[in-house]
Write a protein of this length. Sequence first.
Length: 315
Amino acid sequence: MDHPPVAKLAKTRTGIEGFDEITDGGLPTGRPSLVCGGAGCGKTLFAISFLVHGATRFDEPGVFMSFEESTDELAQNVASLGFDLPGLIQNKRIVLDHVRVERSEIEETGDYDLEALFIRLGYAIDSIGARRVVLDTIESLFSGLTNQGILRAELRRLFRWLKDKGVTCVITGERGEGTLTRHGLEEYVSDAVILLDHRVIDEISTRRLRIVKYRGSAHGTNEYPFLIDEDGIAVLPVTSLGIPCRPNESRPASRGSIRCSQAKATSGAAPFSCPAPPAPARAVWPPTSWTPPAAAGNARSCSCSRNRPRRSCGT
């Protein structure tokens, strides 16, 4: 009996340059994805870029629920990137919701669950017909919970609830000691895990991105450098970089210089010249300065005897 072919995993484009190339289309549609890393590595910027690009380029409204930064602080922080969050909010393309969680103001009594969060988040999604959701960051939400058993159960329930709502979700998480996240559970229940890293080696700062996991899809497995500049975040995989080149008319293409338009790394910079490597030198035997012996009896003093044929090396 013939079975109908199984449909390929649907994907949602993030609009982040380079990232959609290494994931072959973006993040899994209708599933939660985890973006984790240390402080200052770009987790919130990745998430807000995913949301803004969806609202402005792909006609997909979104909800950003923050557990740390207030709405005004978030709008100010991304204004330098050209993201007009107040305008998007006014046009009902984005909803920003700040949930304040203070451990000193929490007193545990009875069973702890996220039912109130589901109601609040569900209302925000339905109010604008959101297709994208961001939760930033998951650790702040559970900062007041000490029972690890309940914590794990509620994390699983949260991820299942997001899947049932059919929204494409980005959840940010802080890196733990020896684990990708502080609780060490989020990476197992997420359908995709993206690890951001900001390292300093020999006094040189480098940002790198790696896709740790992506259920149902092939993806790049290397560490890819990424940049944060006035245009936002951009991943720079070798496979997605294009350098349109034309040979310099002053010299042959094989030995001349190449006029290159630098890619995202120096957006807006003038073209620069990349001199082509020189042609490899050809070693010829015997060298031009070699003088044959005066007589056959002196052949022993030369490294070449009359029985060794003359040869050319490197041809």
